[in-house]
Design a protein around this ligand. Structure first.
Ligand SMILES: C[S@@+](CC[C@H](N)C(=O)[O-])C[C@H]1O[C@@H](n2cnc3c(N)ncnc32)[C@H](O)[C@@H]1O
Ligand SMILES: O=c1cc(-c2ccc(O)cc2)oc2c(O)c(O)ccc12
Length: 362
C-alpha cells in the first residue's frame, strides 16, 4: 500500500473515496425526491413534515417502500439537501427551497426560483449515458467526427441535433433552460443596474433564446425594448405566438437579425473558440446600425471563487465537455474571443457568483 501517515488519515481517505465513488447515488436520490414532489410537499406542510404527513403527496409509493424512502431521506440530510429538525421530521434547507414549485403566494405555478426541471434534466439518463463515454472519448483522435463529444458517442448525434430528433429530450432540455432563465432573468432585472444596461436600447434579439423566457422578462421590465428571439426551427415550430416576443427561425452561425443589442445567454459556453468567434462576428454585423449598440453575454466568467463555487465551475466545465464542444472561460479567454471577433472593449458585471453579464462594444 502507498505510504499513508496515520490511521486517522487512512480512515478519512477511505471515507472520502467512498463518498466520491458513490457520488452518483446522491444525484439519483435527488432526482428521485424531485420526481416524487417531496420538496414542494414539505413546503405545503408548512416547511417541516414527517413521511406520514406527506402521505397524500406520496400516494404512489406503496407502504412497503416507505422504510426505503426514509433511508433515501437520511442520505439527503447528510448531503445538506434536507434537515432533520427532529427524528423523522424533515424540513427544507436553502438548497431544497430551490426545488419548491409553488410561488411565494402558494399558487400552484412554477416559482421563478424553482430549478427542479433543470436538476431533473441534468440527472437524466441522457446525461449519464453521455458521461459514461468520457474515458473512451478521451482516447479518441480529434479527426474522428463520430467522437466529437461523449454525448455524440452515446446518442449518435450532436447535442442540438438530438434535441430536435428526440421529442422527450428536446422538451426536457427546453423546460430545464426555461427554468434556469426564470431564475437568472429575475436577478438580471433586479440587481444588475438593469435600467442602465438597457437605457436607450430600442430593440434586442436574444440569440439561441430558447422558449423566450428571458426575452419576455426583458420586454416586461423594459417596455421600450422590442424583443425577438432567434432559434433553431425545431424550437420555434413548437412555440405559441404571444405577441410579446417575435420568434425568428434560423442559424446563428449564418445570420443574426438586426437590433441595437444582441443577447447571448448561456450560448457561447456550448461552443469551441472558433465557433464562438463566428457567432460573435455575426452578432457584430447585426448591431452595425444600432444606436446604443452592444452585445450582451450572460455566462460564466470562471476564476477567483470560493471552494464551493470553484467546484461548481469545474463541474459545469466538464458538463460542457461531455455534452458539447464548449467550455467555461475565464476573463482572459473571453477577452481573446472579443478581440478575435473585432470588438474593442468590454465590461463585466457579476450577477450571481461566477455568472456575469458582459457588455461587449464594437
Ligand atoms: C444552452 S441553450 C440556452 C438557451 C437560453 N439562451 C437560456 O439561457 O436559457 C442554447 C440554445 O441555443 C440554441 N441553438 C443551438 N444552435 C443554434 C443555432 N445554430 N442557431 C440558433 N440557435 C441555436 C439551442 O436550441 C438552445 O436553445
Ligand atoms: O446541463 C447544462 C447546464 C448548463 C448550465 C450550467 C450552469 C449555468 O449557470 C447555466 C447553465 O448549461 C447547459 C447548456 O448550455 C447546454 O447546452 C446543455 C446542458 C447544460
Amino acid at each position: 500500500m502507498a505510504a499513508t501517515t496515520n490511521n486517522a488519515e487512512l480512515l478519512q481517505a477511505h471515507a472520502d473515496l467512498w463518498c466520491h465513488t458513490f457520488g452518483y447515488l446522491k444525484s439519483m436520490a435527488l432526482h428521485s425526491v424531485i420526481k416524487l414532489g417531496i420538496p414542494t410537499a414539505i413546503h405545503r406542510c408548512g416547511g417541516g413534515a414527517s413521511l406520514s404527513d406527506l402521505q397524500v403527496a406520496l400516494s404512489p409509493i406503496p407502504k412497503s417502500k416507505w422504510p426505503c424512502l426514509s433511508r433515501l431521506m437520511k442520505l439527503l440530510v447528510a448531503s445538506g439537501i434536507f434537515r432533520e429538525s427532529e427524528p423523522g421530521v424533515y424540513s427544507l434547507t436553502p438548497v431544497s427551497r430551490l426545488l419548491v414549485e409553488d410561488d411565494i403566494d402558494g399558487n400552484q405555478q412554477t416559482a421563478s426560483t424553482c430549478l427542479s426541471k433543470f436538476t431533473v434534466m441534468a440527472t437524466s439518463p441522457f446525461h449519464f449515458a453521455a458521461s459514461q463515454r468520457l474515458p473512451e472519448w478521451l482516447m479518441k483522435n480529434e479527426d474522428d467526427a463520430d467522437a466529437e463529444t461523449p454525448f455524440k458517442m452515446a446518442h449518435g448525434a450532436g447535442f442540438f441535433a438530438y434535441t430536435g430528433r428526440d421529442l422527450e429530450f428536446g422538451t426536457l432540455f427546453n423546460d430545464a433552460m426555461g427554468a434556469c432563465s426564470r431564475f437568472t432573468a429575475e436577478i438580471v432585472v433586479r440587481e444588475c443596474g438593469g435600467a442602465e444596461v438597457f437605457a436607450g436600447v430600442t430593440s434586442l434579439v436574444d440569440v439561441g433564446g430558447g422558449d423566450g423566457t428571458t426575452a419576455k422578462a426583458i420586454a416586461k421590465a423594459f417596455p421600450h425594448v422590442r424583443c425577438s428571439v432567434l432559434e433553431l426551427p425545431q424550437v420555434v415550430d413548437g412555440l405559441p405566438v404571444d405577441g410579446v416576443v417575435e420568434f425568428v427561425a434560423g442559424d446563428m452561425m449564418e445570420f443574426v437579425p438586426q437590433a441595437d443589442v444582441v443577447l447571448l445567454k448561456f450560448v457561447l459556453h456550448n461552443w469551441s473558440d472558433e465557433d464562438c468567434v463566428r457567432i460573435l462576428k455575426r452578432s457584430n454585423e447585426a448591431i452595425s446600425t444600432g444606436a446604443n449598440r452592444k452585445v450582451i453575454i450572460i455566462d460564466t466568467v470562471a476564476g477567483s471563487a470560493s471552494k464551493q463555487t470553484f467546484e461548481a465551475q469545474a463541474l459545469n466545465d466538464i458538463c460542457m465537455m461531455v455534452l458539447t464542444t464548449g467550455a467555461e472561460r475565464d476573463e482572459e479567454k473571453w477577452h481573446r474571443l472579443f478581440l478575435d471577433a473585432g470588438f474593442s472593449r468590454y465590461k463585466i458585471n457579476p450577477i450571481l457568483g461566477s455568472q456575469s453579464l458582459i457588455e461587449v462594444f464594437p
